[in-house]
Design a protein around this ligand. Structure first.
Ligand code: NAP
Ligand code: G4F
Length: 380
């Protein structure tokens, strides 16, 4: 039985990857950090299975700032594979917490690589680093591929740049099986609520139900290449099954603006939007409503034509923005036989439907609508 350590187990990708590896018969050791509130909602179903069926899912407390903890865990568990998914992953937050972000996202990767060396596991343990399309930042080429020069535009991206190169360096210096997945944005019903896609799909649900009046966003003209996290964790796994380590872009090859994401998400409930005004004064207004569609999603919705449901709030602007990302995943297609299976339309449908179901639950109202994650029994 293969053994894998997954850092960032409580995050979106940690949850999907753990489920995938368990299905493939791995023993999975998830690393989670201590929190003052429960932070395991995305993986609680795996704990339940563990208790009921004595399955192969275990976890330990850990933090990427704690070298001795990482050395102890890696030495004791002797993993075949380590997937380093833990990170302060929010780009805007990294401008407020640049030093912490550098420590966790940059030096944290070094700590794991050094722990592998200290535990004398260089020849045994394969390493995956969660690299990012944010490395391309102010893009030097369209679309972006493995050979496109990096131009990071945030403390997050700069920290991830260190992590990328230290992974390459340990591969070249010590012969480690260490690979970078340069993943473009990937989303799901489990996506953190402060990333723009989930913020939008939650707002669509809440606005349709009358729990929220307006959605406030920042730069709606930014463009992203959005895929589904389920597809992207498969690529992580495939990278570590190769004879040789390497770096791969994982993307759909299609780019869409935040504005169009909003339009598509509201269209899914039968609402079309028109935009008025410019820049910070721009607003989104309900233009038409197809009540036949809306009724199938939310009965007795209070939505009305002419209602303003979107406004721009400069609070969400970033000091330096990444305007456009679109990836070329030809290498992954050719060498890993990886292709995305979700269209953006299907992704949005799944996220909006999931959030409508979530918001309808009594629990949601009781808890004020925060910190609730879809209870997805079988997420892969
Ligand atoms: P996420 O949902 O934000 O999850 C991040 C995980 O890291 C959470 O489990 C979090 O714990 C944990 N974490 C944060 N700081 C930590 C620390 N100092 N020590 C230990 N654990 C820590 O992110 P994701 O979307 O799953 O992304 C997974 C990885 O891929 C991240 O490294 C991200 O930067 C990278 N990435 C993501 C995307 C994307 O579009 N999703 C694209 C490219 C790369 P808590 O649950 O306690 O917060
Ligand atoms: O959803 P976002 O916060 O994702 P961003 O910045 O692209 O980063 C995500 O993807 C990266 C891969 O490229 C990961 F490495 C990273 O960890 C994270 O998962 O923002 C997307 C776009 C940005 O241009 C942002 O300015 O949406 C724009 N945006 C507009 N209004 C907003 C908002 N973003 C957020 N979070 N909130 C807004 O209200």
């Amino acid at each position: 039985m293969k053994k894998a350590i997954v850092t960032g187990i409580t995050g979106q990708d940690g949850a999907y990857l753990a489920e995938l590896l368990l299905k493939k018969g791995y023993e999975v050791f998830g690393l989670k950090r201590r929190s003052s509130i429960f932070n395991t909602a995305r993986i609680d179903h795996l704990f339940e299975k563990d208790r009921q069926e004595n399955s192969n899912f275990k976890y330990a407390y850990s933090d990427l700032s704690d070298s001795s903890n990482l050395i102890r865990i890696i030495s004791e568990f002797q993993p075949d594979e380590i997937y380093n998914l833990a990170a302060q992953s929010h780009v805007k937050v990294s401008f407020d917490t640049p030093e912490y972000t550098a420590n966790a996202d940059g030096i944290g990767t070094l700590r794991i690589l050094e722990a592998i060396r200290t535990a004398k596991l260089v020849d045994k343990t394969k390493f995956y680093q969660a690299s990012t399309s944010e490395l391309y930042g102010k893009v030097q080429e369209i679309p972006q591929k493995e050979t496109t020069p990096f131009y990071p535009r945030s403390p997050y991206a700069v920290a991830k740049m260190y992590a990328y190169w230290i992974t390459v360096n340990y591969r070249e210096a010590y012969g480690m099986h260490a690979s970078n997945g340069i993943l473009f944005n990937h989303e799901s019903p489990l996506r953190g609520e402060t990333f723009v896609t989930r913020k939008i799909t939650r707002a669509v649900a809440n606005i349709a139900l009358g729990f929220q009046h307006q959605l406030s966003l920042g730069n709606i003209d930014a463009k992203r290449d959005w895929g589904h996290a389920k597809d992207y964790v498969k690529a992580m796994y495939l990278m570590l099954q190769q004879d040789k380590p390497d770096d791969y872009v994982i993307a759909t090859g299609i780019t869409t603006s935040v504005r169009d994401f909003v339009i598509m998400a509201f269209n899914h409930i039968g609402v079309s939007i028109k935009f008025e005004g410019k820049a910070e004064n721009e607003i989104g207004i309900i233009d038409t409503i197809d009540f036949n569609i809306l009724k199938t999603k939310v009965e007795n919705s209070p939505l009305k034509v002419g209602q303003t449901i979107l406004k721009i709030d400069p609070f969400y602007y970033r000091p330096t923005e990444v305007d456009l990302l679109v990836g070329d995943a030809t290498k992954a297609k050719t060498q890993l036989n990886w292709t995305p299976t979700y269209t953006l339309d299907a992704l949005i449908k799944e996220m909006v439907d999931s959030d409508i179901n979530l918001m309808k639950k009594e629990d949601y109202l009781k808890k004020g609508g925060f910190n609730i994650i879809p209870n997805v029994e079988d997420i892969i």
